[in-house]
Structure formats: C-alpha cells, structure tokens
Ligand binder design. Structure first.
Ligand code: DC
Length: 222
C-alpha cells in the first residue's frame, strides 16, 4: 500500500536534503513542492503577469503546463531546474505563492503525485492542505540565524556570491510572507512532529525522522 510522509517548515531548515535522504532510505519518491511554486513564479514573472492581476493571472495559469520529470521541473516543456534556484526566484516564489489562484492551480498537480506511489512530500502546507491524511507528518524548523548560516555556507561552497546579513534579512522576510498570507499560511500541521534542527546535523535529522517513521508505519519502513 502506498503512503505519504510530509515535511513542512520554513526556508533553510534543511527540508530538501532531509526529505531527499529520507525518501532514498525508504526507497520511495521525493516531491519538492517548492520547486513547483518556484517554476510557476518564474514563468508568471517572465510573462509580466503581476500578482494582483487576478483575471490575467487565471488566464495565464490555465495555459501553463508544469511537469515533474524525476529530478527536473519543466515549464511548457522547458527545463527550468537550474534557473529556479536564485535569490530572485526565492523572493518571487514567496510573493506568487501567496496568490489564491496560484495555490488552487497547483493543488491538483501536487495531489496527483500520490498516484505514482509512496512519497516524501516537502513544502509549507503539504501536511495541512495537500496531504492532510499523510501517514507521518513532520515540521522541520531552526532559528533564522542557524538557517542563514547554512544558506551562506551552501552558497560559498557552490562558489556563489554570499552576504550573510542579506541572507538573514531575506529569510526573515520570507518567513513573514509565508506565515502571514491568508491562504495556506506556514503553520505546524495537526498531528505533526516538531523537529528543531538548529543544533542537529542534517544526518541527525534524517535518522530522527526515520526512527519516527518506523514507529508510525513499521511495515512500510524497515
Ligand atoms: O521550499 P522553497 O524555498 O523552495 O519554496 C519556495 C517558495 O514557495 C516559498 O517562499 C514558499 C512557497 N511554497 C509554498 O507556499 N507552499 C509549498 N508547499 C512549498 C513552497
């Protein structure tokens, strides 16, 4: 029987690496819902559709085709996997994901992924809105400073320009946007297990989650 595990939490809490590793350890699929929001934000912005243009927004959304192809995200057939990982798209995704018609358009695409087998879904509302019936739910978080430090080191090790104060400012700003929006705000889903990773390595977080998953669904997670 297929099952869903959800991992929600703010930007930079280590969700992506942890969710990917948990999925790999369990031998199931990984669903990065943030990548879908990033892709749609990029295409809407490039098409000059502004977040408050509701009519134009709906028109544009009805024409966009997003496909998840293993590790890649395609928009209308174009691979945008690399393009969506920039500080500009961080901010665009936070802005466009607050628009109700955007969230509505992306809901069924996310739900459909369950049809392809068991998944670890990662995002901001996967445990509360997208997969409320998930077998195990986690809320992964860390202090804004710990998250900014990680993002900073990540950028430096990837040879990208990095400014710690700017990263911290952007994290605090995105937390505010993601938690205060009217629709699907970032909150801890009912029944989720709270995991503060400020003083944990990513591998410690992965093991902690795998142990909990084994308690909740012992037959699937061996
Ligand atoms: O996880 P991420 O940083 O790639 O997410 C990018 C943005 O998308 C983030 O600002 C919030 C939004 N998002 C969302 O609103 N709901 C989700 N399930 C996933 C992401």
């Amino acid at each position: 029987m297929s099952y869903v595990i959800t991992i929600d939490g703010p930007a930079g809490a280590g969700k992506s690496t942890v969710a990917k590793d948990v999925a790999r350890a369990l031998g199931i699929n990984y669903l990065d819902t943030g990548a879908i929001y990033r892709a749609i934000a990029l295409i809407l912005y490039e098409s000059e559709v502004r977040p408050n243009d509701d009519y134009i927004m709906r028109e544009a959304l009805s024409k966009v085709r997003i496909e998840l192809n293993g590790k890649s995200v395609l928009v209308n057939g174009f691979d945008v996997t690399g393009e969506i990982r920039t500080p500009m798209v961080d901010e665009l995704a936070s802005m466009y994901s607050a628009v109700p018609s955007v969230r509505k358009a992306l809901l069924s695409l996310q739900k459909e992924q369950e049809l392809h087998g068991s998944i670890v879904a990662e995002g901001r509302d996967v445990g509360s809105v997208v997969f409320p019936g998930a077998k195990a739910k986690f809320f992964l978080t860390a202090s804004p400073e710990a998250r900014a430090k990680r993002r900073y080191s990540e950028r430096v090790s990837n040879g990208k320009p990095a400014d710690y104060d700017e990263i911290l400012r952007s994290i605090i700003e995105r937390d505010k946007n993601d938690s205060s929006r009217e629709i699907s705000p970032l909150t801890m889903p009912d029944g989720a297990i709270y995991v503060d990773t400020s003083d944990m390595t990513e591998q410690e977080a992965v093991h902690y989650i795998l142990d909990k998953v084994k308690e909740v669904i012992p037959n699937e997670a061996k």
